[in-house]
Ligand binder design. Structure first.
Ligand code: SF4
Ligand code: SF4
Length: 468
């Protein structure tokens, strides 16, 4: 399909996926079916065992923006549906016990606002004395809302582009991947054998890594070479930032993308997959893929920081120590949702004598506010992405109502960053090292909006030239 023809087709598909006006009972029924099909014992615990104590609220970056965005208030949207469909009291008494399904355009407007004031950071989960993960319920309600078509066009577009494999037809993505491979080979001064069967490691950066943090992608490859690993890369990308569908709470569609990745990796027969992204792709590939696909992978999924720690422990990795005033911003997904709480500090404290922790670190670290698609909904990001794929920016805003939603969302996102920047300022750091393209983008934006004037850099890029 020629590029303009493809864009036209995409615009038509978008119109079927997104609608910011009107209400349909049939769509709500389909949404409820999806909701019900995703209630497992863990989500049941989250739905049932909140006592409304509010202990989770101060941890939430969006509660910091407005108290109405407390985790429990946002998760209440899921509980209303749950009570109506699962509890006897809810079925009989309905609204008297806060059990109800959305019944109007206004209800959908309220829910879409609530579910897009969450970065999925899990800070509420670790703060809750009962281990209730409101972020998971909010994410499930995002999935619910895709059936009612009240969803940001930008996110619906990217989910479709990835899940349906349209990225393979967008010339800009193909060119970006090729540029990335060329840059890696230039830097290494050798050819990389792509799709190499039986290699020890599959190095798996995403297109978003390549777009936002190209130097880190090259640095990651260089580090694998320095460690003497036998590694390969895919000759073409395995998604945009897989699985994007997870951000929209569509586990059925995430499964489709993960299944393709699983098949590719299994066919290669590698022992390990190494990622540099510490955002949502890491816990999804490492922890959620096996149960979702009902498979037992023959390969391990690791974040680069784990590879570094293992090499240090074996005495295979040493650093030329520096005195940088450097700190670590823990990406929420690799920290709270994947347990890599101490490894980055272990590495950085050996790289720089000036390493210091943030006042709020480890499980208590503040979220930057940009996760779960929140950082992708600004006017600048939409324009940048549209330009990149060669589409008009207007294609990513369905009309006046969505435009107003996006303006308010951008304001909330920019306000949410402030708390993180204050924490960084208190640390006295001049360099913030992290490992998620969206965290890097968000903290860079925060530094412009509020200060301090810090350099924000990916872990791979920061350490690569400090390896002894
Ligand atoms: S997951 Fe994070 S952003 Fe979402 S409600 Fe919980 S604390 Fe707030
Ligand atoms: S989710 Fe946990 S911390 Fe938050 S209000 Fe409910 S019980 Fe309290």
């Amino acid at each position: 399909m020629a590029a303009p023809e493809f864009m036209q087709k995409m615009a038509q598909v978008m119109k079927q996926l997104v609608r910011w006006e009107g209400y349909s009972k049939e769509e709500v029924e389909a949404a409820v079916d999806y909701f019900i099909s995703n209630i497992d014992v863990v989500r049941l615990h989250y739905l049932e065992n909140c006592v409304g104590c509010g202990a989770c609220a101060p941890s939430c970056p969006y509660y910091f923006v407005d108290e109405k965005y407390s985790p429990v208030n946002k998760a209440e949207e899921a509980r209303r549906v749950y009570r109506k469909k699962f509890t006897i009291a809810g079925m009989i008494l309905g609204p008297l016990v806060e059990a109800r399904l959305p019944k109007s355009d206004k209800d959908l407007d309220r829910i879409v606002e609530m579910v897009w004031r969450c970065s999925g950071c899990g800070a509420c989960y670790t703060a809750c004395p009962f281990g209730v993960d409101s972020g998971v319920l909010i994410n499930l309600m995002r999935g619910f809302m895709t059936f009612t078509k009240r969803v940001p066009t930008m996110m619906a577009a990217f989910e479709m582009i990835e899940t349906e494999g349209f990225y393979k037809m967008i010339p800009a993505f193909g060119a970006l991947w090729q540029q990335t491979l060329d840059a890696i080979e230039r830097e290494l001064g050798r050819k990389v054998e792509l799709d190499k069967k039986g290699a020890e490691v599959l190095y798996l950066p995403s297109l978003i890594d390549a777009l936002y943090t190209p130097n880190a992608v090259v640095a990651g490859a260089k580090i694998l070479d320095k460690l003497g690993l036998d590694w390969t890369m895919p000759s073409s990308p395995l998604g945009v930032r897989p699985p994007v569908a997870a951000v929209l709470g569509r586990y059925d569609r995430a499964k489709k993308v993960l299944s393709e990745i699983y098949e590719y990796v299994t066919n290669l027969g590698v022992k390990e997959v190494v990622m540099i992204d510490g955002g949502f792709p890491y816990p999804w590939l490492r922890f959620k893929m096996p149960p979702l696909l009902n498979k037992k992978p023959k390969f391990k999924v690791k974040h680069l920081v784990e590879v570094l720690v293992e090499a240090m422990e074996k005495g295979k990795l040493r650093f030329k120590q520096v005195d940088d005033k450097v700190t670590w911003h823990p990406p929420c997904q690799m920290t709270r949702r994947a347990g890599l709480t101490v490894e980055p500090a272990y590495v950085l404290s050996r790289v720089s004598r000036g390493f210091r922790r943030l006042p709020h670190h480890g499980l208590e670290a503040y979220c930057c506010g940009g996760g779960s698609g929140m950082g992708c909904l600004t006017k600048d990001e939409i324009e940048m992405m549209a330009k990149f794929i060669g589409a008009p920016a207007s294609m990513f805003v369905s009309g006046e109502k969505e435009r107003r939603f996006l303006e308010e969302t951008e304001k909330a996102y920019k306000a949410a960053i402030k708390r993180k920047m204050e924490d960084i300022e208190k640390s006295g750091a001049e360099i913030v090292v992290t490992a998620c393209p969206v965290c890097i983008h968000t903290i860079q934006l925060g530094a412009k909006l509020y200060g301090p004037k810090v350099k924000v850099i990916h872990l791979a890029e920061y350490i690569v030239d400090k390896i002894a």
